[in-house]
Design a protein around this ligand. Structure first.
Ligand code: NAP
Length: 209
């Protein structure tokens, strides 16, 4: 019952790995190179070196679900958006399907389904997330798609909302996202669901039910 964490060395990824470790949920942190290993070794978290743009299949062996928290980030161009946020995500979904994993949890983005509503600069990213989500919805592997608003570095309140109307503000802390990811891997019955995710007032168990 091990979870492969793709994007484990990222800001959400690290927080999620720590929470999962503390909760006794087995994870394998997928990182891109050995320089990133130490932080995980210090916490006794298993790692595997793999790349969404390269060798990937081996990372999945022995895992039964995936948390995908990787992304090309704001400092790269549309080429990396295409190769990581779209093609990399689609490759991961295809491997999870082919190898018969039981669930794929995707960290997407709020309103990814409306790329033309995004500011010009964000459109390729939103289009990539939208296409990756669409690919996941029709894949063989059961899925959960989490759609966070603008990410902040605030502390975890562990109180969330699942609509803009309810939240009033388009933001969510990475720490809250990590807690929701933990809730998802602890609740395996949640499949084929999609949640907008914002900071709010409800407990995670109430909001992500
Ligand atoms: P982050 O800190 O930038 O982490 C992204 C991770 O993806 C990094 O660890 C990076 O690896 C990894 N990665 C990049 N290219 C890869 C590749 N080719 N193969 C494997 N891993 C690769 O991001 P975050 O703040 O945790 O956020 C996670 C995701 O949330 C974002 O990427 C984005 O898609 C989504 N999101 C963001 C926002 C926002 O407001 N920023 C809003 C909604 C959703 P390295 O550590 O090796 O660089």
């Amino acid at each position: 019952m091990k979870t492969l964490v793709i994007g484990a060395n990222g800001q959400i990824g690290r927080q999620f790995c720590e929470l999962a470790k503390a909760a006794g949920m087995p994870v394998r942190a997928m990182i891109r190179n050995s320089n990133q290993q130490r932080w995980f070794q210090e916490r006794s978290i298993e790692t595997v070196i793999a790349d969404l743009e390269g060798s990937l299949r081996h990372a999945f062996y022995g895992c039964d679900q995936v948390v995908f928290a990787a992304g090309s980030g704001p400092h790269t161009g549309p080429d990396k958006t295409l190769m990581i946020d779209l093609n990399g995500a689609a490759r991961a979904v295809d491997l999870a399907s082919e190898l018969g994993l039981s669930r794929f949890v995707m960290v997407s983005a709020i309103r990814a389904e409306e790329p033309l509503a995004a500011p010009d600069k964000m459109r390729p990213y939103m289009a990539a997330k939208n296409a990756a989500d669409a690919h996941l919805r029709t894949a063989r592997v059961p899925h959960v798609i989490l759609k966070p608003g603008r990410l902040t570095d605030d502390q975890a309140s562990q109180r969330v909302a699942t609509s803009l109307k309810e939240a009033g503000d388009n933001q969510v802390s990475r720490a809250n996202v990590a807690h929701v990811l933990l809730h998802l891997i602890q609740n395996r019955q949640l499949v084929n669901r999609e949640f907008t995710l914002l900071d709010g007032e409800r407990t995670i168990a109430d909001a992500i039910a």
